[in-house]
Design a binder for this molecule. Structure first.
Ligand SMILES: *Cc1c(COP(=O)(O)O)cnc(C)c1O
Length: 219
């Protein structure tokens, strides 16, 4: 069943979009099932689970940290994490940079923007992001790699609203790409779309969809 779901989703992806299989709360055996079907990108939203699963599973898996990340926990995932999706403060970015330096690597990150009409979701405003991107300390961070943006749409059945929120994230991406990141080739990712809304996200230019329950079943 996992294999069938993966095949179905993968077949619908454009060449520019990568599927991150969100395995949070699901046991190792189910992740292995997906791995054996060829899946290599997996996402978790809790640091402890991410570390445990990294240790237990094959080392060619690319682990994505998709949840809210506290600065004091960055050190646990810094040695191996492939991409941190939810960078929502400069303080967090500075800590990721510090841990990247300690581990001798540049850690790839996405800036998370608040695009939903709910205040429960984390994320930066364009003003907040611009404030630190243009600040004096930003260019000193040489152990992070800003690869793009991430956002979550409102939990609603109103597909027009979801679409317009994804469009706003794409606009944010374009605005940053044409200004502060115009000479940064790695700034190319737009992480948006989950089980219920990824087809809309793909139409609106998503390059990374984060799909959990549609692959692994309900949590
Ligand atoms: C859980 C989660 C997902 C996946 O959600 P599904 O609805 O199960 O596909 C995607 N992104 C984030 C940030 C999540 O926490």
């Amino acid at each position: 069943m996992i294999k069938d779901q993966l095949e179905q989703i993968t077949a619908s992806l454009g060449t520019n979009t990568t599927l991150v299989a969100v395995s949070k709360t699901h046991p190792i055996e189910r992740i292995i099932e997906a791995y054996e079907a060829g899946q290599r990108d997996f996402g978790e939203n809790k640091v402890q689970d991410l570390v445990e699963k990294y240790e237990a599973l094959p080392k060619d898996i690319r682990w994505h940290m998709i949840g809210h990340l506290q600065s004091n926990k960055v050190k646990y995932i810094a040695p191996f994490v492939h991409l941190i999706h939810g960078v929502d403060s400069f303080k967090l970015l500075q800590e990721i940079n510090k841990q990247g330096q300690k581990n001798g690597r540049r850690i790839s990150c996405l800036l998370q923007f608040h695009i939903a009409q709910e205040d429960t979701k984390f994320g930066l405003s364009m003003e907040e992001a611009t404030a630190f991107i243009t600040g004096p300390e930003f260019s000193l961070l040489d152990h992070v790699r800003i690869c793009g943006v991430m956002g979550m749409a409102t939990f609603t059945e109103n597909t027009a609203q979801i679409r317009s929120e994804f469009q706003s994230l794409h606009r944010i991406f374009r605005a940053l790409k044409s200004t502060h990141f115009s000479s940064t080739t790695e700034f190319k990712e737009i992480s948006m779309g989950m089980s219920d809304d990824y087809p809309i996200a793909m139409e609106e230019g998503s390059t990374l969809i984060r799909v959990g329950s549609k692959i692994f079943g309900r949590r």
